[in-house]
Design a protein around this ligand. Structure first.
Ligand code: ZN
Length: 103
């Protein structure tokens, strides 16, 4: 697992994910890459079928509000609930969230 990076516009600091060529706010084309570390589950849905996938097992995805204020969609563990804080990683480029264990 690697960290998940998103683009932050060098001009106006707007964060963008997934990757875009232009900033939707100011049209800037230069970005800094910053890592998403944590986010909060806003909504959970289950993908029951995937076109062209025979051996698909239903999996959960969540709409996550990151601590940067950007919303992303990520695969999550079955135990994750709405309101949980997740650690965000990149699994071969796909965002995934892992429940932060009680410390
Ligand atoms: Zn911008």
């Amino acid at each position: 697992m690697e960290k998940l990076f998103i683009q932050k516009c060098s001009k106006c600091n707007k964060c963008t994910f997934p990757k875009k060529y232009f900033c939707s706010d100011c049209g800037g084309t230069e970005f800094d890459m910053i890592s998403i570390n944590e986010g909060k589950v806003q909504e959970i849905s289950v993908i029951r079928h995937m076109l062209g996938q025979k051996d698909w097992t239903p999996r959960k995805i969540a709409n996550i509000e990151t601590t940067l204020g950007v919303y992303i969609t990520a695969g999550i563990e079955d135990t994750a609930k709405v309101g949980d804080m997740l650690e965000i990683y990149s699994d071969n480029g796909a965002p995934v969230g892992k429940v932060i264990k009680e410390r």
